[in-house]
Ligand binder design. Structure first.
Ligand SMILES: Nc1ncnc2c1ncn2[C@@H]1O[C@H](COP(=O)(O)OP(=O)(O)O)[C@@H](O)[C@H]1O
Ligand SMILES: [Mg+2]
Length: 454
């Protein structure tokens, strides 16, 4: 599934125009297509075929035919794994199919009233929000009040004839019958539980009424805890709508670079061995793949060079590593700033877990679930405070650890962050010096693969 951003489309047009005109003015290198940074659609969305297939079949196809989706969706994964990229993909695709997309942001929805207003088309919201009086069957006048006061209420009043002020549910249903609605809520872990409750209830009601309304949320793995009870019951209804995102595998990682380069419109060939080196270094973390792509493209002396080779990987590695070290120092600050866990924040806890991962899991960076609490306790014992549970939740929220697909194991959110954290903790004297014994003291560039690809 190729994704071409605006720049690359422009570049393509430009190159086909000059080809048609027979001009040889293709000397300007097209802009860099890679998009390192939160929330940006990469030039090629790699390794998400399964998720886009399900979203297309079970969500977009139904809504675009004015049918309800069979369930809602939740994309869950650690920071930088590509949730927002997938949300952006979905948003674009839905709009192309004539679906109205309502994007909710946690800061933009401070209360239930705002939720109701934002999910409805503006004129409908304004009309529904007017104070309204209806005549009941007993002949009395009942005041319905503004929208927020009547989630589903208009139906419950026995009226004489027409109800001029629909409830939120009625208004949403009739709006959806005009144009199907897809509600997307990214950063779901930051939504207020008292706003999310009515949202989940509303979309559930729409499904009951067979109205074409669906909800997609995206959030970090601690989302369900953060949304408390409302989150738990929503989660239990998801079924096939549960989409967990993990690190990209080798093939997908190589494609992210190779296809990303081609999004420039240039026929840039990438050799296999260097692509595998990039995979080994990025560990399939989508953000680092974009950083790699950007650096490699910058190092390509186009039009003199037309292929990505080992030479480019070697030249680009310091650029990539510089950005990685900066990125990791943000994580370090986050650990250190968790002062509720003691004067060194969560640094000793993270270092203890990292050490466990490295000793136990080696390059695999995995840990038996049962050992995790012991390691957290070991870290907290170094002058820390706070409960093990809270520390574990913090580590999950940071994406430092994630639950493995393999039963009973936890994994590193980004494997190389383990060694980096442990080294930094030893260097800053936040943990005993012997924790650094046998640890490689430097980040090293990837080695050329020796085994043929199997
Ligand atoms: N499937 C993918 N293939 C290649 N790059 C990706 C993919 N998904 C995300 N990215 C890139 O990774 C980075 C982080 O993605 P983002 O969607 O912001 O993650 P999240 O929302 O989970 O924190 C961005 O630079 C984005 O372009
Ligand atoms: Mg995001």
């Amino acid at each position: 599934m190729p994704h071409t951003g605006k720049a690359s489309l422009g570049a393509r047009l430009q190159s086909s125009v000059s080809r048609l005109l027979g001009t040889r003015r293709e000397t300007a290198k097209p802009p860099n297509p890679f998009t390192p940074g939160a929330g940006r659609l990469p030039p090629f969305l790699a390794g998400r075929g399964e998720q886009t297939h399900i979203l297309d079949e079970a969500l977009l196809q139904s809504l675009s035919r004015e049918l309800p989706a069979s369930h809602d969706f939740a994309m869950v994964g650690q920071r930088g794994i590509g949730k927002t990229a997938l949300v952006v993909w979905l948003h674009r695709k839905a709009e192309q199919l004539g679906i109205r997309v309502v994007k909710l942001s946690p800061r933009g929805i401070p209360n239930e009233r705002e939720l109701m207003l934002q999910t409805l088309p503006k004129p409908v919201a304004e009309a529904a929000d007017a104070q309204a009086t209806v005549e009941t069957t007993s002949g009395l006048n009942a005041t319905l009040g503004p929208l927020a006061a009547r989630r589903g209420e208009a139906r419950r009043i026995e009226t004489q004839g027409r109800v001029d002020a629909p409830s939120w549910w009625d208004a949403m249903e009739s709006a959806a019958r005009q144009q199907p609605i897809l509600i997307v809520a990214d950063e779901a872990q930051h939504f207020r539980p008292d706003v999310v409750g009515p949202l989940f209830e509303g979309v559930q009601e729409m499904r009951g009424r067979q109205a074409p309304v669906a909800l997609v949320i995206a959030g970090t793995p601690d989302t369900w805890d953060a949304l408390s009870k409302a989150g738990a019951s929503f989660q239990s209804r998801l079924g096939r709508g549960r989409l967990s995102l993990s690190l990209l595998d080798e093939v997908a990682s190589m494609q992210a670079i190779d296809e990303g380069m081609k999004a420039t419109g240039l026929d840039i060939k990438s050799e296999e061995a260097p692509l595998r080196m990039v995979y080994a270094d990025s560990q399939g973390y989508p953000y680092f793949l974009q950083v790699w792509g950007e650096a490699l493209y910058n190092r390509l002396d186009w039009p003199r060079e037309q292929a990505i080779t080992q030479k480019h990987v070697e030249a680009a590695w310091p650029d990539v590593n510089k950005i990685r070290v900066e990125y990791y120092s943000d994580r370090w600050r986050e650990m250190l700033n968790a002062q509720e866990f003691g004067p060194s924040g969560l640094v000793p806890v993270c270092a203890a877990v990292a050490r466990g991962m490295i000793v136990e899991g080696g390059d695999d960076a995995v840990l038996a679930d049962g050992d995790l609490d012991d390691l957290i306790a070991e870290g907290l014992a170094l002058g820390g405070a706070g409960a093990i549970n809270e520390a574990r939740q913090f580590l999950t929220h940071m994406g430092f650890i994630i639950k493995s697909r393999r039963d009973g194991l936890v994994e590193a959110g980004i494997p190389s962050l383990m060694g980096h954290t442990l080294r930094a903790a030893v260097a800053a004297k936040r943990v005993p010096p012997q924790w650094g014994d046998g640890l490689d003291l430097e980040m090293r560039p990837p080695k050329r693969p020796t085994t043929p690809k199997g």
